[in-house]
Design a binder for this molecule. Structure first.
Ligand SMILES: [Zn+2]
Ligand SMILES: [Zn+2]
Ligand SMILES: [Zn+2]
Length: 207
């Protein structure tokens, strides 16, 4: 055991530690991304036309930066571009689905691209609908915004709160699922029997 404050000890796969469990469900850069201010003008590139800070680097986990910063400082990094829809920050699903499990989060199609909101938006004033035929209504589990489909959260921010509060969902793409998917694809004909038998060889958590 090291207890010198300067040294970094890599996290073990110790599933008994609840804090580590949360880290396994939320990538380290997510919270920083959600609290970053975008669409300011880059102080390093004041005199250029594309100096809006609309990029975020998952490797550096630092402030937003502009097109020129990206080509000078983040060429080999994983960078996502933030876009705007009605003054709210969105990201294209296609840009984050490789690094983030966005299942359960409402998606919208804007300019023919599928996007998700980073943070929850102020609620529109509630129209007093007395529950007439509201059976098909879906609400964000965290902020109560009405969703257009059977999603659980309106935004990445609400899903983050959901993970913290309930822990029954995750942002981290699980390798196990990949394996299962590959297995699934290889044995498509047997998917029914596979489902009935359950998944063999999966070690239960915490035992
Ligand atoms: Zn810049
Ligand atoms: Zn970077
Ligand atoms: Zn919400």
């Amino acid at each position: 055991m090291f207890h010198s404050s300067g040294s970094f000890t890599p996290p073990f796969h110790n599933q008994k530690n609840p804090h580590l469990q949360e880290e396994m469900k939320v990538p380290p850069w997510l919270e920083s991304l959600l609290s970053t201010a975008f669409f300011t003008n880059c102080s390093r590139h004041r005199d250029t036309s594309r100096n809006e800070c609309n990029m975020y680097c998952l490797d550096c986990m630092d402030d937003a930066f502009c097109f020129y910063c990206r080509s000078s400082a983040h060429t080999d990094h994983v960078v996502i571009q933030i876009r705007r829809s009605s003054y709210h920050d969105v990201v294209r699903v296609g840009e984050v689905e490789q690094v983030l499990d966005v299942s359960g989060v409402q998606t919208y199609v804007i300019n023919s691209a599928r996007v998700i909101f980073l943070n929850q938006r102020p609620l529109q004033p509630k129209t007093t609908t007395t529950s007439s035929g509201s059976k098909g209504a879906h609400l964000c589990e965290i902020c109560g915004r009405s969703l257009s489909d059977s999603f659980r959260f309106c935004s990445l921010g609400c899903k983050l709160v959901g993970i913290r509060q309930k822990g029954d969902t995750s942002f981290v793409l699980s390798n196990k699922n990949d394996e299962e998917e590959m297995y699934n694809n290889r044995c498509k004909n047997h998917s029914n029997s596979r489902r009935r038998k359950g998944t063999p060889r999966r070690a239960p958590f915490g035992s």
